[in-house]
Design a protein around this ligand. Structure first.
Ligand code: HEC
Ligand code: HEC
Length: 282
């Protein structure tokens, strides 16, 4: 509930010296019932800003119609679905449960969407994302390819044993706040947990493995000016594009949706945070 405060004001009449005629008896006042809180509506414009930062439209396409994502030969070929069709399967509470807990409309386990990151979203951000999602013009569910996978992977996902799906699934003990924090270090942590976790791991210390994105200790070597440049233009501290080009894309297309203050807060947090081990460290 955004600042919805009921202020009861009691006015005391000042006594005057002059005698007053007796007042007529008054009927007891009807009890004043608190007004039920109006459902707080999300803001679709802010929703688009958040969705851009955290990658909803990166993975589902600008218009939300879905696109090819990536493949692991012999295991799966992943596509994201059309959000303007899928949204009809969820009411607003359902979208919240999907993003926070990975609960799908028909109970199928999610694969290919980083719930591990979205479970950190605040209630307010989820409301705004939901408003954005509902505001997208409907795109017909065109004849296009959808995800395919080997029977073995499908079985493992169904049984909750597929490691990639477990890694990106919800992690215990995470509860998003009511609204994004305002204190810089806490805001920076919120930005990191809702923007960088997908690739840099649930504790930002990397997933481990040869080709995985690095632990975010790398950010400490950046000056604030170079970090701001990376988060705006995708140019790394070396003055070039990132190794695979992926981080440069994230800077230009996702981190760009952060305000300068949010980027500064993120850097403050990354500089101060204790460093741990990658998730799959040997
Ligand atoms: C890394 C890519 C990726 C990102 C980021 C992403 N999605 Fe998805 N999304 C997917 C994939 C893949 C699926 C299909 C998952 C499945 O059904 O197992 C999916 C499915 C969905 C569905 C349909 C679920 C169903 O019941 O079939 C909705 C709704 C959705 N995403 C909304 C969102 C929203 C909102 C965001 C941003 C908060 C988002 N997605 C971010 C990849 C992504
Ligand atoms: C979609 C995946 C993805 C996301 C999201 C992501 N990163 Fe990265 N990041 C990478 C990859 C991959 C690399 C390694 C360089 C490359 O190959 O692009 C990297 C490298 C980096 C580097 C080192 C760049 C260099 O080479 O000097 C920094 C700093 C960094 N990321 C910060 C962040 C921060 C902060 C966030 C969150 C705001 C973030 N990243 C979100 C994938 C990602």
């Amino acid at each position: 509930m955004r600042a919805l405060t009921i202020v009861a004001t009691v006015l005391l009449a000042a006594c005057t010296a002059a005698p007053q005629p007796p007042s007529p008896p008054v009927a007891p006042a009807a009890p004043i019932l608190p007004t039920p809180p109006a459902a707080v509506a999300g803001d679709p414009v802010e929703g688009l800003r958040v969705a851009t930062r955290i990658g909803c439209n990166g993975c589902h396409g600008e218009d939300g119609s879905g696109r090819e994502l990536w493949k692991d030969k012999g295991k799966y070929h992943l596509y994201s679905p059309n959000l303007t069709a899928k949204r009809e399967l969820y009411d607003d509470a359902g979208i919240k449960a999907f993003l926070r807990e990975g609960k799908t409309h028909d109970g199928h386990p999610v694969f290919g969407m980083p719930i591990v990151m979205f479970q950190h979203l605040s209630d307010r951000e989820i409301r705004d994302i939901t408003a954005w999602l509902r505001s997208l013009p409907a795109v017909p569910d065109a004849e296009k390819e959808t995800t395919s996978m080997s029977p073995e992977v499908a079985k493992q996902i169904k049984e909750g044993k597929f490691q990639e799906a477990i890694d990106w699934g919800p992690h215990a003990g995470v509860q998003g706040p009511e609204a994004p924090p305002t204190e810089p270090s806490a805001l920076g942590q919120h930005m990191a947990m809702t923007t960088c976790v997908e690739c840099h791991g649930p504790t930002l210390d990397g997933w481990g493995g040869k080709d995985a994105p690095p632990p975010l200790i790398v950010a400490k070597a950046y000056s604030l000016a170079d970090f701001l440049r990376l988060m705006r233009t995708g140019i790394t501290a070396s003055g070039k594009e990132s190794k695979s080009g992926l981080m440069s894309e994230v800077g230009r297309e996702r981190a760009i949706a952060m305000t300068d203050d949010e980027v500064r807060a993120l850097k403050t947090y990354l500089d101060a945070r204790p460093v741990g081990k990658p998730v799959h460290a040997d």
